[in-house]
Design a binder for this molecule. Structure first.
Ligand code: ADP
Length: 360
């Protein structure tokens, strides 16, 4: 049986942005009886073209592999609904058996283009994921901050209580020592707050990511100079070397400055005064690499996988102040540039951070 649709119905179907079709089976193969509507309109496929064509003739092997089991199911009398890619669009396809007597000789189907909805769904899911990550980060943040604040606060309370109860019995030296301890602890708290504020303002930088085609040598030279000018006193020797004729990169200079400052500050914090920090810019394996090498305490093998996790601090560097946030933000910023960051380290010898960026 071949079905012919009146022209008005044909036009109507094309207008309603739906596509309808009928399929009949003949000896394990399935053929279109008719196919009309949005897809025909969009891709300019004449109705005649698909009539009596088998599914294998019309669809790519991948699309066929999704459609075929559903068609078989519909011919067994079970209605189905599924998503299928057709010419890079996502279609929601429904198949309905047409039962006449005991036999199912044809099935009816409809397809609806849901690409826009799918994309919106994907964006929504990404936003939700980000929200979830942010929430987890916030919880961890609250935990760490309260933990970090508790130690100096306990110290301050203890010293103040000592003064309150024993001031009369204390000699001048002990009184001064106790007061100094309170001042030292408040200093610690101030540094902690400043550090946290710096990191949180850095994080808001990423919302304005604005990369530009940049000469990496020129950019690094001016960033390093800018940063070095703010270090007083200068405790380390910083060297910068680069390969000639490096390709351009796509960098957001404000973020790159933050990235380099963070790694450079760590290199200084975790290596003895007077040692050298070497910065190198080179090209290999289709990417531009920026390496920063120090001659410091190094990072233990067991700690290396965790250094980019927010709030992680190695217990080997506990005596040096920090929040454990710097490297996690560095990683986030490098990844915004489509790059990667990794560290290589030898305990007591030094650490190298290698940032790799695609060429522009
Ligand atoms: P912070 O320095 O504030 O603790 P980071 O996120 O910058 O936080 O670094 C995380 C941890 O990684 C540090 O606490 C330290 O243990 C380790 N680390 C980072 N850079 C170095 C380095 N150059 N040498 C040795 N250890 C480092």
């Amino acid at each position: 049986m071949l079905l012919t649709l009146p022209d008005e119905v044909r036009q109507l179907l094309r207008l309603v942005q739906h596509h309808v079709f009928m399929i009949y089976g003949d000896e394990d193969e399935y053929y279109f009886l008719f196919s009309e509507g949005m897809i025909a309109e969009q891709y300019n496929i004449p109705t005649r073209f698909v009539r009596n064509k088998s599914l294998t003739e019309i669809f790519t092997p991948y699309t066929y592999s999704i459609l075929y089991p559903n068609v078989v199911k519909a011919f067994k009398g079970i209605s189905t609904q599924f998503e299928m890619m057709y010419r890079e669009r996502t279609m929601l396809v429904s198949l309905e058996p047409i039962i006449r007597g005991k036999k199912i000789e044809e099935i009816m189907g409809s397809a609806f283009d849901i690409t826009v909805q799918k994309e919106a769904e994907k964006e929504l899911r990404a936003a939700l994921d980000k929200e979830r990550q942010l929430h987890a980060l916030k919880s961890q943040f609250v935990y760490t901050v309260s933990h970090e604040f508790r130690t100096p606060l306990t110290g301050i309370t203890m010293s103040a209580e000592l003064l309150q109860h024993y001031m009369g019995k204390m000699d001048e030296h002990t009184k001064r020592k106790t007061l100094e301890s309170i001042l030292h602890r408040t200093d610690e708290l101030t540094t902690l707050i400043e550090d946290l504020l710096t990191q949180s303002s850095a994080q808001s930088l990423s919302t304005m990511f604005n990369p530009e085609i940049t000469d990496p040598v020129f950019a690094c030279q001016s960033i390093i100079q800018d940063i070095a000018d703010t270090f007083h006193p200068i405790t380390h020797t910083i060297t910068f070397s680069f390969e000639e004729m490096l390709p351009a990169v796509h960098w957001d200079i404000r973020l790159m400055k933050h990235i380099i400052r963070n790694i450079l500050t760590n290199a200084m914090k975790y290596s003895p005064s007077g040692t050298t920090i070497g910065i190198r810019l080179y090209y290999t394996h289709g990417a531009i690499h920026l390496s920063i090498t120090d001659q410091g305490v190094g990072i233990a093998d067991k700690d290396l996988p965790h250094i980019f996790t927010p709030f992680f601090r190695s217990n080997r560097t506990e005596t040096v102040k920090g929040t454990g946030l710097g490297l996690s933000i560095v990683k986030e910023f490098v990844e915004l540039h489509g790059g990667t960051v990794r560290a290589e380290s030898q305990e007591h010898q030094g650490t190298t951070f290698i940032l790799s960026f695609p060429e522009a």
